[in-house]
Design a binder for this molecule. Structure first.
Ligand SMILES: Cc1cc2nc3c(=O)[nH]c(=O)nc-3n(C[C@H](O)[C@H](O)[C@H](O)COP(=O)(O)O)c2cc1C
Length: 368
């Protein structure tokens, strides 16, 4: 298959995409301290639409004023001021033929900025907070086990944020169930010790995610996209893999197929698809997701290597590919690939999750 496969149109619900390139969600910590998106963020997202990305997924955006926020200067989607700020960004992106999807995120136990956190169970997270991002330093706090009131508040927060995303003009939302954050804490056996209907077997561990998905579907119009992002690796545990390998993946996707998500985004947070998505038996999480659920699959992790991206498409292991770090250095990544032009390499200084947009600009200038 030639590079052309990356430029074949495809549909997400009733939206036809211009190509298979998706901007991966990336935290930029550049909103105001009240979680309001800025004009700097509008320029940033506009640059990817102008650069030819078929779909832009925003950075993780918090969903309630209580426990969801994961980072300082993270944008939120919980009030009208935040909606208006996002609407400006959405309009800038829609000047081009790109879709824009808001990633909705609850940090759970992995908040960089909250003194008190909630999680499925009171289990101390691995690792320490990121000392460079101006948030709290040292170990993560011990989270509070979620009560039934917490369940309702998280669910209502997600449903209301999805409603507000529609009001802001977004084409859809992505539920962040990857990278070790709240929904992933439910899926992962060692962070979910619950003995009620939300703990124990895989169905129970997926139940809350599926309830939130269905709660959102009940309030948004038919054409509004609701996708889900999953991963094995976690921000605080990059080498974590599902305990049963491909057997766990098969069990998980067999259950998730029930809800018929508009897409699944299978991520490799550490940036290496083969290391984080491939099993010893040669099967892959994205390939299994595609085969079992039948919904469009976005693959991620080092896929700026176009030969790997093309192979995933031709092997039926993905329908779309998301690009993170390489897009920061190349907002016009799809156009460069289409023209057969080389891309600017990305380097460590550019891609620390703690870097804000203004830091990124300074680094890019320095290395020009
Ligand atoms: C600066 C930075 C911030 C990130 N923030 C998020 C985020 O908000 N939500 C998310 O799901 N993944 C986040 N990620 C992970 C990326 O979406 C992606 O999985 C990772 O960069 C690997 O893809 P790549 O090899 O194309 O860079 C972030 C990655 C980076 C580098």
């Amino acid at each position: 298959m030639s590079t052309n496969s990356l430029f074949n149109p495809i549909n997400l619900r009733n939206h036809q995409l211009i190509n298979r390139f998706v901007l991966a969600p990336m935290t930029r910590r550049s909103a105001t301290s009240e979680g309001i998106a800025t004009s700097e963020m509008a320029d940033y997202y506009h640059s990817f639409a102008k650069g030819g990305f078929g779909v832009i997924i925003t950075e993780g955006t918090y969903t309630d004023d209580r426990f969801s926020q994961a980072d300082l200067n993270q944008p939120g989607l919980v009030n009208e001021t935040q909606v208006e700020a996002w609407a400006t960004i959405v309009n800038r992106v829609h000047q081009f033929d790109s879709l824009i999807i808001c990633q909705l995120m609850h940090g759970g136990a992995l908040s960089q900025c909250r003194e008190q956190t909630i999680a499925p169970s009171a289990v101390l997270p691995k690792g320490v907070r990121n000392t460079e991002d101006g948030g709290l330093i040292g170990p993560f706090p011990l989270p509070k086990e979620m009560s039934s009131e917490d369940f309702s508040e998280v669910l209502n927060g997600y449903v209301q944020s999805a409603r507000l995303a529609y009001e802001a003009g977004f084409d859809g939302v992505e539920l962040h169930a990857a990278n070790g954050y709240l929904f992933d804490q439910f899926i992962t056996p060692h962070t979910n010790l619950r003995t009620d209907r939300y703990g124990g077997n895989m169905y129970n561990r997926l139940r809350f995610l599926m309830e939130v998905f269905q709660g959102i579907k009940e309030v948004v119009p038919e054409e509004f996209i609701v996708g889900i992002r999953l991963s094995e690796s976690k921000v605080n545990d990059l080498t974590y893999r599902w305990p049963g390998g491909s057997a766990t993946a098969i069990e998980l996707f067999d259950i998730l197929k029930e809800i018929n998500a508009d897409y699944l985004h299978i991520a490799a947070e550490g940036g290496n698809w083969a290391r984080e998505c491939l099993y010893e038996d040669g099967l892959s999480s994205s390939g299994l997701a595609k085969k079992i659920t039948g919904v469009p699959i976005i693959s991620n992790g080092g896929l700026h290597d176009i030969s790997i991206a093309e192979a995933l498409l031709s092997n039926q292991e993905a329908d779309l590919i998301s690009i993170g770090r390489a897009a920061i250095a190349n907002p016009d990544f799809p156009q460069r690939v289409a023209a057969g032009n080389s891309t600017v390499p990305f380097f460590k200084e550019l891609i620390k999750p703690s870097l804000t947009l203004s830091h990124t600009r300074t680094v890019l200038e320095k290395f020009k």
